[in-house]
Design a binder for this molecule. Structure first.
Ligand SMILES: [Zn+2]
Length: 260
């Protein structure tokens, strides 16, 4: 530990984050809803795809329960289209929807099975998901997380193990012709209450990350009376600025990283 770090810690400052691993070529991002990745992760995705990495999105639901003023069938259509457009902005061309029902996701074998199948098909080295803890922050009284996020994130962490085990969900191996995939090296949890690693984000990737969130225009307009651009900028840039101090002054997306 350097004298500077010691001093910072004595004064209660959070320690510097480790750099996210970069020695990988394929990532799979698995989340519950359209927009879950655009509230922060998309800027890191833009950085990754710009450097030639391949990133695929898998969404458990179409977010059909997410817009109060739209019937679920119409909301699903709108939100799927917005998600595909927002993925394209950050260089992601493949977006899969698992078709689970929005709002009532259950952590368990049915969800794990579909996520394991996606991992076996796409064979990622890095899996990215969203906060599965009870709250968004680590301070007492932090805002409560949603049931879908809690169920989904935990199912992802479990499904990574399932995907590598040829004795779990064996029918996928027999009927779908996929092979077990024990090659996931890390699971990165975004927006976690405590974080360990930072993916630095430059100017261009931050711009794409912002544009990516703005593709969810119908959702944002239903959510807030604020100007969509101002709203998205405060979310995306605010998120990137939040961890700069713990990343040598460079803006970053922060993750809790679980090595496998
Ligand atoms: Zn969500």
């Amino acid at each position: 530990m350097t004298a500077t770090a010691q001093t910072a810690e004595e004064h209660g400052a959070a320690p510097r984050l480790a750099a996210m691993p970069e020695d990988w070529s394929r990532a799979l991002a698995v989340v519950a809803h359209p927009d879950d990745l655009e509230y922060g992760v998309a800027s890191a995705v833009a950085e990754w795809t710009a450097s030639g990495k391949e990133v695929t999105y898998v969404l458990a639901t179409r977010g059909e329960a997410g817009i109060d003023t739209l019937e679920p069938a119409e909301a699903a259509r709108v939100r799927e289209a917005e998600q595909r457009a927002s993925a394209a902005v950050v260089g992601v061309t493949e977006v899969e929807f698992l078709g689970h029902r929005d709002g009532v996701l259950e952590e368990g074998p049915a969800l794990r099975r579909d996520i394991a199948a996606a991992i076996r098909r796409h064979r990622p080295e890095l899996v990215v998901t969203l906060n599965h803890y009870d709250t968004w922050g680590d301070a007492p009284g932090s805002p409560w997380n949603t049931p879908d996020h809690r169920a989904l994130g935990r199912a992802v962490l479990d499904a990574v193990g399932d995907a590598g085990n040829r004795w779990i969900f064996t029918d996928q191996l027999e009927l779908d012709g996929v092979l077990p995939w024990p090659g996931v090296r890390w699971v990165a949890v975004a927006a976690a209450p405590t974080v360990t690693h930072a993916a630095a984000v430059g100017e261009e990737a931050a711009r794409k990350g912002l544009a990516s969130l703005l593709e969810h225009r119908a959702y944002i307009e239903a959510l807030t009376d604020e100007d969509p651009e101002a709203y998205a900028r405060s979310i995306v840039h605010g998120g990137l600025d939040q961890y700069a101090q713990r990343n040598g002054g460079r803006r970053a997306v922060a993750f809790e990283l679980h090595p496998r």
